[in-house]
Design a protein around this ligand. Structure first.
Ligand SMILES: [Zn+2]
Length: 221
């Protein structure tokens, strides 16, 4: 038998809820950037584990469906850039949230620990990008990508919050639920309606996709 120390209990409970809110914004950051880059987000979820809350997003891009698109240099470039920007979205969203709540740019290192997988993925993607040489060039490139990620999230912060709050409540959101939230509750609902329409059209019959059509659709041409 152990007497519960109520003060510690309240502290732990509060830390727990703050961590949950942070993870929800992290996953919402990935989700919004994936959708902006025409990725198909099937499911975004958070789970409670022994290590606290962890998040996960199941998604695929048109480049996973039709690998031949990567043979075109500008499409390959778009693919790598959009994946990296999307992967930075988790950390970028947590940073914006922390700054909003505290006013501070000094993002605690401990919060970066949840982003190890994203950072690893970013490293392996950068290695695939032949245009970026190791060293200073790679460092500058990463900074640039993170900056784009943060800018896009700030521009769409209200929508990041819509997704984060729904995730906090429901713990998981599928494509239909994401679509419903963004096309009915967002101030940018017209943009999201068109974005979901485009995503649906490119993923409905990927094998028939024509290279030029993809370029025009993704805004690369
Ligand atoms: Zn992440």
């Amino acid at each position: 038998m152990r007497k519960v120390n109520s003060k510690n209990y309240i502290k732990a409970k509060l830390a727990h809820l703050h961590q949950k809110a942070s993870i929800c914004h992290h996953e919402a950051g990935h989700t919004i950037l994936a959708l902006i880059h025409f990725m198909n987000v099937e499911l975004v979820k958070i789970n409670y584990t022994d290590f606290g809350f962890v998040g996960d997003m199941d998604y695929f891009s048109i480049f996973d469906e039709k690998k031949s698109l990567n043979q075109d240099a500008s499409l390959l470039n778009f693919n790598i850039h959009s994946e990296i920007i999307m992967l930075y979205g988790g950390l970028a969203a947590e940073k914006i949230l922390f700054k909003d709540n505290s006013g501070s740019d000094q993002f605690p290192m401990v919060l970066k620990n949840g982003c190890e997988y994203d950072i690893q993925e970013i490293h392996s993607l950068i290695k695939k990008s032949v245009n970026v040489k190791p060293g200073l060039e790679r460092y500058t490139f990463k900074k640039q990508m993170m900056k784009i990620s943060s800018r896009l999230l700030r521009e769409n912060w209200e929508d990041v919050k819509l997704i984060a709050h729904a995730l906090f409540k429901k713990n998981r959101l599928n494509t239909q639920e994401l679509k419903k939230i963004l096309t009915t509750k967002s101030k940018n609902k017209e943009y999201w309606k068109s974005q979901f329409k485009i995503i649906h059209s490119i993923f409905s019959e990927p094998e028939t996709l024509d290279l030029n059509f993809v370029k025009i659709t993704l805004g690369i041409a």
